[in-house]
Ligand binder design. Structure first.
Ligand code: FEO
Length: 406
C-alpha cells in the first residue's frame, strides 16, 4: 500500500470506519474516518491517534513509512476517545520523548488514562515547536469540540491540522476534497456542523476571527474526520463563517409527530399556508426522519413550526426527545409556531411554545390546538397559521424587528 502524502514527508496515517452508524446520537449513515498525521523530520511527530478498535490500522500505516519506535513526539489535539482511544497502546509501543497537549488536554488525559508517568509537555500560549526543518504552532480552540481541543499548524507547509473542526463524517477511499462528490461532501459538512458545533457558534466565530487576525496562510486544512481540504480550504471556511453567524435562509420546516394523523392533517395545512405565501418548506415527520437529519435542516431554516399530539399530559416521546436534542444545540434566529391535536387535556402546544421560548425563537402565533380530528374550518386556521409564519419570515428576511406574541 502506498503511503498517502499531503506534502513532502507529511502523511495521513488514519483509519476509515465504514460501519459506524451512530455517533453519540448522531446518525452517521456514511461512516467516518479517524485521521492522524505523521511528520518525518529530525523529530518524527505523530499528530493524533485513532479510536481504540482501529489501532492496528494506524500502526500498519505508520509501519509502511517508518519503524514506529522512531517516533519522537506525539501531539494530542483532542482527548475524545475517537482520537485518543489507541493512545495508551501507541505510547507503550513508541515510548515517545514527549507528548504535547493543551493545559486542559493534560487534565483530560490524566482523567481518561490515569497515567502520571507519560512524558507530557503542556504547551504554553503561542508556543512554537521546532521539529528540524519544520515548525509547529499550536492554537487552543476550547470547546471545538471539547475544552482540551487545539489546532496544530505546520508553518513551512501551511497546513492547518484542525482536529474536529472543518471535518465531516464521511468514509471514503478518497482522502482529498476534490476527489469526492461535492454535494455529498457539503451535505456531510452541514450535518456535522449542525449536530456538533451549532452550540459553539460564538466560539467558532472567535476562532475564525483569530485565524484571520494571525493572517496565517492556509494551503490545506487537515481535519481529523473525513477528507482533507487540499484544493479548496476556502470553501469550508466560508461555510463556517455563514453557519456561525446563524444566517437563516428563507425557507421553513414543519416538524411533527402524530398519534392518529390529526396532527399530520394540521401539518399539511400549515405547509399549504406557507406555500400560499411563497415560502418553500420541508415537512419532517419525526417517525421517519432521524433527529440529526432534522437538525441539519434546522441549521439554515428561517422558520421552524412544531406540531405534536398530546400524550399523557405531555408530548409524544419522539418530539420530547427531539426537543431535548435541539435545545442542547441551541439554534438561534428562527421564527417559531406550534400546533397539535389533543383528546382532553391538550398541553402539547404550550410545551412546544415553552421549548421555543427557551431557545429564544421569535414566536409569531400563540399556537393552534384542535380536539380529536380537525374539520375543514380547523384546517383553514392551520393554513392561516402558515400564512402568519410565512409573513413573519419574510419580514425577518427583510431586516424588520419582530416581537414574539408570547
Ligand atoms: Fe472527533 Fe470531539 O471528537
Amino acid at each position: 500500500m502506498k503511503p498517502i502524502e499531503l506534502a513532502k514527508n507529511i502523511y495521513w496515517v488514519g483509519a476509515v470506519d465504514w460501519d459506524i452508524r451512530d455517533f453519540h446520537g448522531y446518525s452517521t449513515n456514511r461512516g467516518t474516518t479517524y485521521n492522524a498525521y505523521l511528520i518525518i523530520d529530525e523529530k518524527i511527530t505523530l499528530i493524533d491517534t485513532v479510536k481504540k478498535a482501529f489501532h492496528g490500522d494506524l500502526m500498519h500505516r505508520i509501519h509502511n513509512i517508518i519503524d514506529p519506535k522512531k517516533i519522537d513526539y506525539i501531539v494530542v489535539n483532542h482527548v475524545e476517545m475517537d482520537h485518543s482511544g489507541s493512545l495508551p497502546q501507541v505510547i507503550e509501543e513508541v515510548r515517545p520523548e514527549k507528548v504535547f497537549c493543551s493545559k486542559m488536554g493534560h487534565r483530560a488525559l490524566l482523567r481518561h488514562f490515569h497515567r502520571e508517568d507519560w512524558p507530557y509537555h503542556v504547551i504554553s500560549p503561542n508556543e512554537e515547536l521546532s521539529l528540524g526543518a519544520r515548525t509547529l504552532n499550536f492554537m487552543e480552540t476550547r470547546m471545538l469540540h471539547w475544552p482540551d481541543s487545539m489546532f496544530t499548524y505546520v508553518k513551512e507547509d501551511q497546513i492547518l491540522i484542525s482536529n474536529d473542526a472543518f471535518g465531516q463524517h464521511l468514509a471514503s477511499s478518497e482522502r482529498f476534497d476534490e476527489e469526492v462528490n461535492q454535494d455529498v461532501l457539503m451535505r456531510e459538512c452541514t450535518k456535522y456542523y449542525a449536530n456538533i458545533l451549532t452550540l459553539y457558534s460564538p466560539l467558532v466565530k472567535k476562532v475564525l476571527a483569530k485565524v484571520r487576525e494571525m493572517n496565517l496562510p492556509i494551503k490545506m486544512i487537515a481535519p481529523d474526520h473525513g477528507v482533507i481540504w487540499r484544493t479548496d480550504p476556502g470553501k469550508i471556511i466560508e461555510a463556517y463563517s455563514r453557519w456561525c453567524g446563524n444566517e437563516a435562509r428563507g425557507h421553513a420546516l414543519v416538524i411533527y409527530d402524530t398519534m392518529w394523523k390529526s396532527t399530520e392533517m394540521m401539518a399539511k395545512a400549515v405547509a399549504d399556508g406557507l406555500l400560499d405565501e411563497g415560502v418553500n418548506y420541508k415537512l419532517l415527520d419525526l417517525r421517519f426522519s432521524h433527529r440529526s437529519d432534522v437538525m441539519t435542516e434546522v441549521l439554515e431554516a428561517g422558520a421552524v413550526v412544531l406540531g405534536c399530539s398530546t400524550l399523557n399530559n405531555g408530548l409524544l416521546p419522539r418530539m420530547a426527545g427531539f426537543l431535548m436534542y435541539m435545545r442542547g444545540l441551541k439554534p438561534t434566529n428562527k421564527i417559531g409556531a406550534a400546533f397539535g391535536s389533543y383528546g382532553w387535556s391538550g398541553e402539547s402546544v404550550k410545551l412546544l411554545n415553552q421549548a421555543m421560548q427557551e431557545m429564544k425563537f421569535t414566536i409569531c402565533h400563540e399556537g393552534l390546538r384542535v380536539q380529536y380530528v380537525p374539520e375543514h374550518e380547523h384546517l383553514k386556521e392551520c393554513v392561516e397559521l402558515g400564512h402568519t409564519v410565512a409573513r413573519s419570515l419574510k419580514a425577518m428576511q427583510a431586516g424588520k424587528e419582530i416581537a414574539s406574541v408570547i
